[in-house]
Design a protein around this ligand. Sequence first.
Ligand SMILES: [Zn+2]
Length: 223
Amino acid sequence: MTVLRILRTTLVQAAADAAAVLLPVSCAGCGDPQEGLCTACRAQLEPAPRRTVLADGLEVVSGLEYAGVPARVVRALKEEGRTRLAVPLGTALSAAVRTGGWPPDAAFVPIPTSPRAMRSRGYRVVELIMRRAGLPVAGYLVPAGRRADQRGLDAASRAANAAGSMAPTARARGREVVIIDDVVTTGATLVEAGRMLQRAGARVLGAATAAATPRRLPGTPGG
Ligand SMILES: [Zn+2]
């Protein structure tokens, strides 16, 4: 009887966990038990685009500051499979691209998703946000080599980690490109992407992200 009760409790818990994954019942921003995003957190996702220039001169425009509610929403999209959160992040990315003022025929090139991230998530975060932003995806960068998770690495380690993590395709030649990522941290990933695209004969106009970490030090090598 005790075994049965434990078994039943376990099954009920498992079913509840599965339902929570399929239908999140708490706000991704504050954990309030009500809906996907509460009104207060939605307001925190209003885009406020700002420009940063990375060490190598690459200009990045970001729609949100990666802190508080926006940071939790990005993590919920990346780590909890809450793909509907790509909608407000797409709005932020779209605002960043408008602020960038790049020509409409520029090619928007996402930072490629590693095969490991694709296997674990089943979707490409950057491309999902781009689709919600209404941006066409120009897949001029492909994953290459091995790359560790960037989290927990300092700026120098991120730069070393980013080097060799992606390769350009021949279609980049002669194109004007804008590099797209979900979050810019040190800028190492964007700088490496710019280097690869230039090497392939593209002209890099700038970069746009849904969010940027606050208080990035000027002159920090390009994450
Ligand atoms: Zn909330």
